[in-house]
Design a protein around this ligand. Structure first.
Ligand SMILES: Cc1cc2nc3c(=O)[nH]c(=O)nc-3n(C[C@H](O)[C@H](O)[C@H](O)COP(=O)(O)OP(=O)(O)OC[C@H]3O[C@@H](n4cnc5c(N)ncnc54)[C@H](O)[C@@H]3O)c2cc1C
Length: 181
């Protein structure tokens, strides 16, 4: 007898699960409330191109995503582009893509910059985000960077992106933006 499963939500998680389950031989019914699939990672048509609904980035450590792309034979459609980051601070745009940029960022003390660089180095050398999954990110970042560097760099991002910041896990801040330097 065919095994059946219903999956609620056609965002990335529901779609990936639906694909896994159907490959494993299940008959899948995917229930999606929105008119289009994709969840928060949806895109929309703008003129003659598709644009993501919210900005999204991939990191080289997003191995699950690459695995799924490969299974879907879509890996050829992924192309990596060099990107640059800027940091708008006190009315001025600072380049923020390299160690040299960090050292030149005079919005924080030299000690703050050095601590930031050391933490970025530590994050880029380690893949073990699991150990930090249950650690609240804000207090960890303040401990690692110092209050001054945290307030200048992370805090503006946190108050706009993380409304429930007490639930914000280190495992998010660890592999992503800290590796951008
Ligand atoms: C501004 C922003 C930037 C982001 N940037 C990144 C990034 O750079 N890199 C990254 O990896 N991630 C990023 N994310 C996070 C990423 O979009 C989410 O982690 C991902 O979309 C979660 O997938 P999901 O399937 O768990 O949930 P969702 O994407 O939320 O999908 C859930 C789906 O379930 C549907 N649904 C909910 N309830 C029901 C119901 N009762 N019946 C039927 N359907 C239902 C919803 O309509 C939705 O389509 C970003 C998110 C935002 C908001």
């Amino acid at each position: 007898m065919e095994r059946t499963i219903g999956i609620v939500g056609g965002g990335p998680a529901g779609l990936a699960l639906a694909d896994d389950m159907s490959r494993a031989g299940w008959a899948v019914t995917l229930l999606e409330a929105a008119p289009e699939l994709g969840g928060l990672a949806r895109s929309f048509t703008f003129g003659d191109i598709r644009i993501e609904r919210y900005y999204h980035f991939l990191c080289s450590g997003d191995t699950g995503y690459f695995r799924k792309l490969h299974e879907l034979e879509l890996d050829h459609s992924l192309c990596w582009r060099p990107t640059k980051m800027g940091f708008f601070y006190h009315g001025r745009m600072y380049p923020f893509s390299s160690v040299a940029d960090l050292l030149r960022f005079d919005g924080i003390s030299l000690l703050g910059r050095l601590r930031y660089g050391l933490l970025a180095l530590r994050c880029s050398l380690s893949e073990d985000w699991r150990a930090l999954d249950a650690v609240p990110a804000e207090s960890w970042l303040i401990r690692m960077l110092g209050e001054e560097a945290y307030r200048a760099t992370w805090y503006p991002l946190v108050i706009t992106k993380m409304p429930t910041r007490s639930c914000w896990s280190c495992s998010w801040s660890f592999p992503t933006p800290m590796k951008s330097i």
